[in-house]
Structures are given as structure tokens and as C-alpha cells.
Design a protein around this ligand. Structure first.
Ligand code: IDP
Length: 140
């Protein structure tokens, strides 16, 4: 099967605890290659736009506040079946439901501060990659 791409965010709870390398190591060990990466401070407008699909959810305001509470590392990951591969290594949204060996089991602090984001479909991966990266910033 050909390599595909997905979009990842190392969230503020993880950058704050200096876990960028540790999280990236788990992504790489899961067979994903970092083909673009940058550390950014998201603006409120960016975070609201990125999570617009959740705008009616009760946790939306808190989620936006959390995502702009510190730097994040946005990444494009490439690998065989990248979306699923990344979701598998991320683990369940709520760390108390996450399997052993997953990033969220190892590092997440709570259902909100859960260390990583990963696209949930190929279609959303493309939208999310385009939201943060110019084509020339991605070097496969
Ligand atoms: P996912 O990140 O595992 O795909 P989603 O349901 O798409 O999970 O939720 C997006 C993000 O919103 C989660 O990663 C988490 O940070 C936050 N979130 C989801 N559910 C809750 C909740 O019940 N309370 C607080 N934050 C939540």
C-alpha cells in the first residue's frame, strides 16, 4: 500500500513538559515519518477555525483556551495508512480509556490535555495540512 499523509499536533501540555522528542519518537517507532514540522503559538482565531467542527460542544471554549495556552508543534506525518497508524499510536481521547503503549496512555494529563491531535480521515488530513502548511514546507 502506498504511503499516505496525516496531520498531527503535539499539544501545549506536552510541549510544556518538554515531551516533543518523546512523542515524536513514539510516532517514528510506529512507522510514521515527519515530513514537515514547526513549533508555533496558535492564535485564538486559528484555534477556533481549526476546531470549528466542535463549536457547538460544551467544551469548545475550554479547548480553545487550552490550545492557545502555550506552543504547539504541528507536523505532517507520512507512512502506510498514516491516518489509522497515527490514531492507533495516539490512543483513546480519554487517557483512562487508552491502551498500554499509546502516547495518550503514556503522557496525557486529562481528556482535554491529551498531548496529541491526529486527523480522523484522509479528507480531514488534507484540510488540516492545508490549514497550517504551504506545499513547499512539506519535504517527503
Ligand atoms: P480526538 O482528538 O481523539 O479525535 P475529538 O472527539 O475529536 O477527539 O475531540 C477533540 C479534542 O477535544 C480532544 O482531543 C480533547 O482535547 C478535547 N475533548 C474531547 N472531548 C472532551 C471532553 O469531554 N471534555 C474536554 N475536552 C474534550
Amino acid at each position: 500500500m502506498a504511503a499516505t499523509r496525516t496531520f498531527s499536533i503535539i499539544k501545549p501540555d506536552a510541549t510544556r513538559r518538554n515531551l516533543t522528542g518523546a512523542v515524536t519518537k513514539m510516532l517514528e517507532e510506529a512507522g510514521l515519518r515527519v515530513v514537515a514540522s514547526k513549533r508555533i503559538q496558535m492564535s485564538r482565531e486559528q484555534a477556533e477555525g481549526f476546531y470549528a467542527v466542535h463549536s457547538e460542544r460544551p467544551f469548545f471554549g475550554d479547548l480553545v483556551d487550552f490550545m492557545i495556552s502555550g506552543p504547539v508543534v504541528v507536523q505532517v506525518l507520512e507512512g502506510e495508512d498514516a491516518v489509522k497508524r497515527n490514531r492507533d499510536v495516539m490512543g483513546a481521547t480519554n487517557p483512562s480509556d487508552a491502551d498500554e503503549g499509546t502516547i495518550r496512555k503514556a503522557y496525557a494529563e486529562s481528556i482535554e490535555a491529551n498531548s496529541v491531535h491526529g486527523s480522523d480521515s484522509d479528507e480531514n488530513a488534507k484540510i488540516e495540512i492545508d490549514f497550517f502548511f504551504k506545499p513547499e514546507e512539506i519535504v517527503g
